[in-house]
Design a protein around this ligand. Sequence first.
Ligand code: PLP
Length: 422
Amino acid sequence: MQFENSRSFAISMDEADELASFRDRFLQPAHGNGQAIYLLGNSLGLQPRQTQVYINEILKSWQDFGVEGFFMGKEPWLEYHEKLAAPLAAMVGAEPDEIVVMNQLTVNLHLMMASFYKPQGKRRKIICEAKAFPSDQYLLESQCRFHGLDPDDTIVEVKPRAGTDLIAEEDIENAIRQCGDELALVLWGGVNYYTGQYFDLKRLAVATHAAGALLGLDLAHAVGNLPLQLDKWDPDFACWCNYKYVNAGPGSIAAAFIPRRYHKSGRVRLAGWWGYDKAARFKMEKGFVPVQSAEGWQLSTPSPILYAALRASLEIFEEAGMQKLREKSLQLTGYLYFLLDELKMHPAGARVKILTPADPEKRGCQVSLLFEQQGRAIFDALMKEGIFVDWREPNVIRLAPVPLYNQFEEVWKFCDLLKRIG
Ligand SMILES: *Cc1c(COP(=O)(O)O)cnc(C)c1O
């Protein structure tokens, strides 16, 4: 693709874009009399228009039927989640019975750790990425303490080599080999939230399993961003939230992947009545009998309001298709790289360093920019002009042109403004 640095070229790309009409399926934040440029799908995705419709249906059902809404009305709440597993399964490359929609991300990671982190004898170490998302760090630290272990002796962080920003994949493999039979679990992010680095998850699974350990994945920044193939890659569990690229709204219901080999394994879990065998759940008998699928890990009555918001969003992904979205994303983020490269010729660009890998196979939509100086002032100026990006201390601006609703022209405007204010 031959890109050009001009507004008219960007507009011609938008005109040729077969996914362009999906933008109208979302509500855009305003700026002055017009629309803001929202480049924050990595943080909180925009609201689909259909979300309010589906949420109102739930409210109406509650109004009309009270508690009977679980069993009555057009779409009884008890079966509502069955609409969600199939589209999510397609997005992550799994079978629908391997997906459960429940809780929030950090809660689900703790639940998965209860089942899949079993420190025994010397096999107790956990490998994770340096600079993991803070919640994941607190999760691992508190899991160690919960098991009576010292986090400093138990958690092994793999860091970028001195003078580099990204983690070399062979360094993860080396850390795994070094831990050997002391390794219990690798917990890894599919895409690092800070640098945007996308890891080879198949390679990670092979190395982890060769050491006799289990692999858990945090896919918060990967789902809805990249087409995934969990069944091929074979991790032991995966968790993600649905409010970033998946657009299911703030604090939306999260999801987990648990492969079939564990459904009937009798693996220890923390149980609740919503994970109980469906046919007998309301007999309320003693003795836990799990649903024989990923749903057997559910604990509590879910909110159908949150289900409704997720449904509105997943319908859009089903229609657009992850493969098509990825193709546009490669172009859209590719255009951002091209413009940033041009910007380097300009004094404003000389101070910007791209943290995210240049290789498109090693990243999704997101690009993280490191500013040697004045980063905060540039961020404030962008926000003032109605360009939503995000700021990470001490000096990083992250942005993610999202193929569902962002335009080439918006990417061009962002770079144009960067040049003028830099
Ligand atoms: C966004 C994010 C979280 C947030 O977890 P919640 O429990 O949904 O608040 C955790 N981990 C990663 C890697 C994230 O990107």
